[in-house]
Design a protein around this ligand. Sequence first.
Ligand SMILES: [Zn+2]
Length: 294
Amino acid sequence: MKRRLTRMLAGAMALLAAPVLALDVVATSPSMGALVRAVAPDAQLTVLAGPDRDLHSLQAKPSMIRALRGADLLVAVGAELEMGWLPAASASAANARILPGREGYFEAAAQVPLLDVGGPADRAMGDVHPAGNPHVDLDPVRMAQVAEALGARMARLDAANAARYRANAERFGAAVGQRLPQWQAELANAPGAVLYHRDAVYLLDRFGVPLLGTLEPVPGVPPSGRDLRALAGKLGGREGVIIHAPYQSPKGPRKLGQALGWPVETLPLSPPEDADGDGYLRHIDRWVSALGKA
Ligand SMILES: [Zn+2]
């Protein structure tokens, strides 16, 4: 009897000690997951795609649908980046709380000014981003703004912990602010980069690093031999670095790197899947050091 009582007491104590944060969050990418961990470290979090996956063209899987079914909040990059698979997965999950327009649906790209808006290319020409460039997650300053908006959203969804969400978002913003001068100094004389896709333009733009070209002639269209020769001709005699994501074909980057004598770097767009706010900052460190290698 006494032992049973002890066990019951221990159970009650464990319940009391458990985190009170009740939010169940799904993030589409590890960048978004890192932001969720920065703002709500105790939230239950599912990240739908690892850093080696291409968010433009994922397949909706049963495990994703299961995660979405119970979610209070879905954190997406947005600006149509995930439109090929996320709406279908959300519809299958039949969870009205996380549908676009609802409090449980959050888009990073909707919180900050976008680049590449209203360009000449459109979807008919093969452009995968007619709504503007969605890849805001490589700009740490925009990510700090997104964190603040995410903190405010979480505060509305879980009022009991509102102050914690806001304080955590603020702390992440302060950490970004603290790192900025060092990144700026490291990239002050960076000669520029060629990207495969316009997926790191926010980072280049933030630090004034010239974008010397993209291997894709139009977002979403792989380069032909002729495109590569044209790029090599245009950039001959200059310095720079070529950076591509793990899921983009390394062939074109390697060819161009050989033609120009430039370093070629393979870098994921997102930090590791288990990254938190600090992990995100280390991910930016890696990009900064790659851009400085030219
Ligand atoms: Zn893209």
